[in-house]
Every structure is written in C-alpha cells, then in structure tokens.
Design a protein around this ligand. Sequence first.
Ligand code: ATP
Length: 261
Amino acid sequence: MSEQPVLSIKNLKTYFYLEERVVKAVDGVSLEVYKGRITAIVGGSGSGKSVMSLSVLDLVDKPGRIIDGEIWLNGVNLRDLREKQLLKIRGKEISMIFQESTSSMNPVLKVKSHLFEVIRTRNRAIGSKEALSLFRDVLDRVGLRNTDQILESYPFQLSGGMCQRVMVAMGLLAQSKVLIADEPTSSLDLTTQAAILEELIRLKTAGMAIVLITHDLGVVAQMADDVYVLKDGKIVDSGTVYDVFESPQHEYTKSLLASIF
Ligand SMILES: Nc1ncnc2c1ncn2[C@@H]1O[C@H](COP(=O)(O)OP(=O)(O)OP(=O)(O)O)[C@@H](O)[C@H]1O
C-alpha cells in the first residue's frame, strides 16, 4: 500500500501487574491502519483486543501499564504526549465506541450532554438548535426512535442496547480521523446490527479509518479490508481479508475459520 498509515502501532506491550503474576495482555503488537479502510482486529475472549484499543487512547487503568512501544497517529507518537495534549486528540482525531457502553457513559449527564461534548470538539461555535437537529439525525441513523425523549434521558434510563447505539451515534458524530469500534454491534438485534454496520461503511467511504474489534468472523468477512488476528496478546496472522480467509498462516486462524464454515 503506497499511502502512509493514519495509525501505526509498533511493538506495543501492555501488562497487568497483579500480586501473584503479570498478565501480558498485549505483548508486542504492531499494526497499521489506513484512511478509507476498515481494519478488523479478531480474536477470542481475553486475547487482548480491548486492552490494545484502550492503550491507544492511554486509558488503561492500574494495575495495567503500557510498558513499551510506539503509537503513531498522523506522524505524532502519542506516547510522547502529556495528558492535556492527549485530551485534545481524543474525540477530535481519534474516537472510540466502547464495549461497555452503559458504564462508559457519565451517569449524571443526559444523552444530549454527551452528544454536545462530542460536537463541541468538532465545532465550538455550533448553536443548540443546529446541534439538536444533528443529534436527532444521528440517533435516527443508529435505529433509535423517540429521539427527543432519548436526548432527555440519563444512561440508566436506557437499555444496554440503547446505550450501545448512543455510543455508536457519538462515534458517528465525532467525525474523527480514526474510529475504534469495540464490538459495536454485540447484544443488538440483527436489523440494528445491519444499520450500524452500514453506517460504518458510510464513514469508511467518506475517508475515515476504522478499527473494528470483533470476535465475529462473519462481520469481518462482510466489512473488513484488512485483518489482524490476535491470540494471547500477540498478532498471529495478518493481511487483507482475502489473504487471511483464503490462506490463513496460523493454526489458530484456521480453527477460527473452521468454526464458521
Ligand atoms: N483490569 C485488569 N486486571 C487484570 N487483568 C486484566 C484486566 N483487564 C484485562 N485483563 C486481562 O488482559 C487480557 C486481555 O483482556 P481483553 O479485555 O483485552 O480481552 P478481549 O480480547 O477484549 O476479550 P473479550 O472479547 O472477552 O472482550 C485478559 O487476560 C484479561 O484477563
């Protein structure tokens, strides 16, 4: 690929220092993410997918710690930045749809306040009326009805699936250069899943670089351009979706594929 990657991770290591042992959740991961492409990170439960994406945004909590590696975003190594500089990048340059949507929303803020926070990183001068109309549109696109009522709700008043859709709406609204979507459609019904995947394709077509974290190889086959297979914190296979599905190199990838075909 001739173009430079938007996001490039080099030899990332994130370990959890527990009393009795060290968990090497991410153990030397390198990968590249390109504009206008969907890069899927696939792997079983506990393979390190979520910790890897949290590491990119420097959101790993103790006893976890990034111990090595580089995270280059548009030519800047995020690991060299201070928290204040990182805050500016989160949301504007790179945004994330979290797997635990209910707990990653602020319980004392209404949905509309969450959305205002996102839109203001993009456009500080936007008026309330224009913003609210954008919010209704984006909530509608992720399959939520009664949008006015949802905007006035607190996260605890919504179901898990509704919170997940609000998180996806926040991701769509951010219009960042890179969107990391951690299992964005788990626990949603098939129709909503399809609507959200369609939105991700639209964002990719508009030039966004999308990192799609999933254990669903069906979704990978349908959506991804590039694939990385993660096992025990290490990349065991990578390539275009065609390469990985047609000629998997690692036994683990072969067994994952065998389980769906
Ligand atoms: N706070 C923590 N303390 C200790 N170990 C942790 C912590 N968070 C994650 N881990 C460990 O890090 C490893 C990777 O976890 P991670 O959540 O990234 O997996 P995952 O691939 O996202 O799994 P899933 O698909 O189930 O979400 C696992 O062994 C997990 O037990």
